[in-house]
Design a protein around this ligand. Sequence first.
Ligand code: ADP
Ligand code: MG
Length: 363
Amino acid sequence: MNDLVVRFEHIVKVFSEGTHREVRAVDDFSLSVARGQLVTLLGPSGCGKTTTLRILAGFESATSGSVYIEDRCVNDIPPQKRETSMVFQSYGLFPHMTVYENVAYGLKVKHVPKAQIKRQVAEVLSLVGLEGLERRSVGQLSGGQQQRVALCRAIVTKPKVLLFDEPLSNLDAKLRKGTREQIRRLQQELGITSIYVTHDQAEAMSISDAIAVMNVGRLQQLGTAEEIYSRPANRFVADFIGEANFLPARIIEVGDGRVTIRIFETEITVEQDSTNFSPNEEVEAVVRPEAVDVIEVDQGDVNAEILFSHYTGSVVLYALKLPDGSRMEVQVANPKERGLLPVGARVGLRLHRKSIHLLKKEL
Ligand SMILES: Nc1ncnc2c1ncn2[C@@H]1O[C@H](COP(=O)(O)OP(=O)(O)O)[C@@H](O)[C@H]1O
Ligand SMILES: [Mg+2]
């Protein structure tokens, strides 16, 4: 399993704006992608995702660091010789050309024989259910169809790496879900190594083998969706992926793979790597809103008062006030079964032991 198709090694990209302002768009970024994997760069707008992708494709050169595609350093290789293809948010199709001409373009410039072009184009169009639309002008297609044409155009040349830069952002919510399923299915069927860029955490979590969470040009954490959600590396990741409460806690005892904390007035033992923690240390406990039971007052780990309830049908999200005045959010599923609690009600909260994750305090 050491078949790496892409390697970023200590990539730095500094843009100079005029003479006095510099932007460090990518800051010491390293990442490896194994063959056939789909790895997503996830982070807020401006964190350096597109720049990182463009450095791999060769549209941008790194200030320092190296990029490898299949063991070859491509720093000095022009984009058209890197064997990457990119799918853009804006599709990037030739609007005056037909579906066929758009998809065939990359093969034509490579002087592939006509009969073979015909075969390959038909093959990829059928993969995404666009067979029969060859002669349509792309301007006559819906957004979802245009993005599928763009996907065909990208895969028809059999690139070593397929790159996606926010490919679904121009589609409406329903189409987005269907299209992302289709991208993932195709990527897995064809086994194409892919790097996918998005700022949408749900999208990232649903289609990726691994997610690289970025902030201010830096890699914050690399892991599966489950890992970054349940074991975030720091406060930024915990906060960016889903909703999180950060509760103050103090370490009582550390054991092998176990940490006992005092949180509120209760002692709780959490299963977590303990090597970074020491007794008496103040830490933050990450508690997800769905990992708390709302029960009778005095029956839980702490009492709280309901400040607000956001009813959404499938769940109700309660904002609660804790005894120290701080605020906490708790999500209760199936509110119809449980009944809605009124604002001002006093309740007990019980934290799910298995879901608590401890973080070092950040300065
Ligand atoms: N050509 C450029 N010149 C100057 N600054 C740039 C350029 N391209 C991107 N940046 C800056 O680099 C940072 C990262 O941008 P980008 O990679 O586009 O982020 P993302 O794709 O995560 O939204 C931003 O601060 C952006 O303004
Ligand atoms: Mg971008």
